[in-house]
Write a protein that binds this ligand. Sequence first.
Ligand SMILES: Cc1cc2nc3c(=O)[nH]c(=O)nc-3n(C[C@H](O)[C@H](O)[C@H](O)COP(=O)(O)OP(=O)(O)OC[C@H]3O[C@@H](n4cnc5c(N)ncnc54)[C@H](O)[C@@H]3O)c2cc1C
Length: 411
Amino acid sequence: MVGAGQAGVQAALSLRHGGFDGAVTVIGDEPELPYQRPPLSKEFLADPGQQPLPLRAERFYDAHDIRLLRGERVVTLDRAAREVHLGSGGRLAFDHLVLALGARNRTLPVPGHDADGVLTLRTLRDAERLRDRLAGATSAVVVGGGFIGLEFASVARARGIPTLLVEAGERTMARAVSPAVSGFLTAGHRRAGVRILLGTTVRRLLARRGRVVGVETDDGRRHPADLVLVAVGAVPNVGLAAGAGLPTADGILVDACLRTPDPRVFAVGDCARYPSPAVGSPVRLESVQNAADHGRCVAETLLRGQPTPYRAVPWFWSDQGELRLQIAGVPTGAERAVLRGDPDAGAFSVFSFVAGRLVAVESVNRPADHLAARRLLADGRPLTPEQAADPSFDLRSHSRSRPEPGPPAVS
Ligand SMILES: Cc1cc2nc3c(=O)[nH]c(=O)nc-3n(C[C@H](O)[C@H](O)[C@H](O)COP(=O)(O)OP(=O)(O)OC[C@H]3O[C@@H](n4cnc5c(N)ncnc54)[C@H](O)[C@@H]3O)c2cc1C
């Protein structure tokens, strides 16, 4: 496995749990024991005493005979020789290779982007730097209203730091959630004291003696800040695959079994673009569930010696202050959305439909709806918009009932 994040480590672990007894090596370029990223924009930032959460304890790798190479970068993939070349000079041979390379943060191509105090958030080191800076910050600007930007804004505000969030789109999290959820979360952050400018871009970052002092937006206004978080999305790490002649297009392109055109090479997690039956088109998703389930799926293929199609229903969560958002399916592109619950009471779900078929459910502080939605989407059990919107309809029992038997097969 190249990449010691959620997907690479899960693939190794699932191979061992499935009884694979060949050599398993996980190569990661970060020096730390592989860790969980989600807390980095949440608990880890909020609490200076919080330690990083490892994916597995150090002894686990030894106990399962998984060779973990940390702080080691794979620089070349030689498919003909079935070898990877390491940054430290060595080579490693493989029968099968899993590319679990993750993604890296997009940069902000404006003057001043490299000033001291302009930070991004992806790795543990980024989070440590950000946490240190938060301790002394007097005003913060977040560029980008996606999940990471909003989670950070909520932590910064809770620590009493005046916080401005600048988002180029007309709503926050537009790529990931429905307009209803976007509007609800934006209003919640505003009530908590985060200033949010929509439809606004940053023209440049202002610095004095190399240190950031503010941002200038496209309307010419200047906003003070001694800490700027740039959270404008991520690009997949595809260079290793592209350099080896494998096809890429905003992700390493794989088939329904997560294989590249080279049957010995797979791609999983944030770096992979795959045809998703749940979405109906090729997607690249950035979530823990996607990465971990990809790892499991590839291990299954290797264990059985037969290609295993990837069919998991995507799900995701985000914690923003008091709000827990959980998403099952992919809500963008829905034709109809209905509401269940009461946004004014701070707990509701949005059920999204395409051609009358349920495709996604976003739940704010309604974990039972989320669990029911995952079961419904996984089984393909029908639910009408009217049932979804009816508070007296027992969603939980419906999601647990046996699917209706279909008509007898005609031979
Ligand atoms: C701050 C933050 C908060 C998040 N919060 C949530 C959340 O609340 N819920 C959720 O579902 N998801 C969340 N995510 C997304 C989730 O963490 C990712 O989708 C998931 O970690 C992806 O796993 P991965 O294994 O594909 O990639 P990664 O975890 O990024 O691992 C890839 C690893 O490969 C390494 N690598 C790349 N190239 C090479 C090379 N050539 N040689 C060796 N190593 C290499 C990278 O440095 C990296 O360590 C969050 C992400 C971040 C950054």
